[in-house]
Design a protein around this ligand. Structure first.
Ligand code: SF4
Ligand code: SF4
Length: 210
């Protein structure tokens, strides 16, 4: 299906998505796991560690609600390269004012979903969430799959299903990253955890597809 048949996201949709991304990821403040190694700031709240990528409509929605966000304009060569290589016109790298100014209701989708992303199986079906492997050295939560709350997984699964249906680009991105997780698994013989939503837990028929 051509990407052109997908209309752009709207601010209303983003507002709705935010209502699907309210669950706490853990039953404790996971910032306590990483703050001490990052000058008292959670690793994922330092722009240079994990640059939030916002949908353009998301940025305009947040701009209308708050002064928390601005466009990320780095001066470092490597960071500029990241922006130059970014070729999705529908999204924009942003930064927030910092953790001392965080507004819970105005956190971006990137903030709310970190450090998990959707996992798309060999059939092309989304079946769960996986940890973003590129952050395995900065985010200690990635080694603690059993700390992720089931309510969080269930709620975020609904969000991702909706988004993947709306943005082909997102579907393609996560389809590619899921393939790369499988390639790594074959190469290293090391499995990676898949966090299944309640309705897919214990479904043995899925094993041959993941
Ligand atoms: S998600 Fe990871 S990096 Fe972010 S606060 Fe929790 S443990 Fe730290
Ligand atoms: S908006 Fe809040 S959660 Fe998001 S990066 Fe900034 S401080 Fe962290």
């Amino acid at each position: 299906m051509s990407a052109k048949v997908f209309k752009d996201l709207t601010e209303d949709e983003i507002s709705y998505y935010y209502t699907l991304l309210t669950e706490e990821i853990t039953s404790y403040d996971c910032g306590t796991l990483c703050k001490d190694d990052n000058d008292g700031v959670p690793f994922c709240c330092v722009t240079e560690n994990a640059v939030p990528l916002l949908f353009k409509e998301e940025f305009s929605l947040l701009e209308s609600r708050s002064t928390l966000w601005s466009v990320w304009n780095p001066i470092e060569k490597d960071s500029k390269k990241l922006i130059n290589e970014h070729d999705d016109e529908g999204t924009i790298f942003c930064k927030c004012k910092g953790v001392a100014f965080c507004e819970r209701e105005n956190r971006s989708i990137s903030c709310r979903t970190f450090p998990l992303e959707p996992y798309i199986d060999k059939r092309g079906v989304m079946v769960g969430l996986v940890f973003m492997k590129e952050f395995s050295h900065g985010c200690p939560l990635i080694q603690r799959e059993f700390d992720i709350r089931q309510d969080f997984i269930d709620q975020h699964f609904i969000f991702w299903e909706k988004l993947l249906f709306r943005r082909k680009r997102e579907y393609d991105t996560y389809s590619d990253s899921s393939k790369s997780y499988r390639r790594d698994r074959t190469k290293t013989k090391k499995n990676f955890p898949i966090l299944f939503p309640s309705h897919l837990k214990g479904r043995d028929y899925l094993l041959k597809y993941v």
